[in-house]
Design a protein around this ligand. Structure first.
Ligand SMILES: [Zn+2]
Length: 192
């Protein structure tokens, strides 16, 4: 699958020493091959420019009838809000990457829905995309759990050494632990 990076972001990731193509490719390994056709592609843009897409969106799906063909756009500035500060970005990278994966899985869910179902409402379409995302998300979460836990440990260490309060990190961490527990349960073999 082709991955296009807009110039601004190409420069930015270079400065951050962040191989975003590699990250996206690792995430795409969780997507079944039959769910994306060979000409499907991904654009990494800075922010949404289309009037129909809310400014705070993390990503958007453009269907097969789009004149540029079926693709998704990922909005770097919304997915990685700390990217102005390379140190902060590096410290939080593993956690930030979770939202990159969630966004990719959700938007590909819209694609799968558009090729496998017909004429569903906007609300049903969001439900479908969320459901599809969750079906891939649990495995991604569990496979990256060690790295995420290490990342939280690292952030706590930084906060403690600087005498910063831990409540923001603790809140994020308890949200993460809840998601992780849920993911573990969903991957347990079901009886029958
Ligand atoms: Zn959506």
């Amino acid at each position: 699958m082709r991955i296009e990076i807009v110039d601004n972001i190409e420069l930015k990731v270079k400065k951050l020493n962040f191989n975003i193509v590699d990250s996206i490719e690792k995430i795409l390994q969780y997507v079944p091959k039959e769910d994306v056709c060979s000409d499907f592609y991904i654009i990494v843009a800075d922010l949404p420019v289309h009037k129909s897409i809310p400014g705070g969106s993390l990503g958007a799906y453009f269907g097969v009838r789009n004149k540029r063909g079926a693709h998704i756009e990922l909005y770097f500035e919304n997915i990685f809000p700390n990217s102005e500060d390379p140190d902060k970005f590096r410290d939080m990278f593993v956690i930030l990457q979770l939202s990159l994966a969630r966004t990719i899985f959700h938007e590909i869910g819209h694609h799968v829905q558009s090729i496998r179902t017909h004429g569903v409402t906007q609300k049903r379409s969001e439900e479908y995309a969320d459901h599809y995302r969750d079906s891939l998300w649990s495995k991604f979460l569990c496979n990256n759990a060690q790295a995420v836990n290490d990342c939280f440990q690292h952030l706590e260490g930084i906060a403690l050494s600087k005498g910063l309060r831990l409540d923001v990190i603790n809140k994020m961490r308890s949200g993460w632990t809840r998601d992780w527990e849920k993911a573990k349960i969903s991957l347990e073999p079901k009886p029958g």
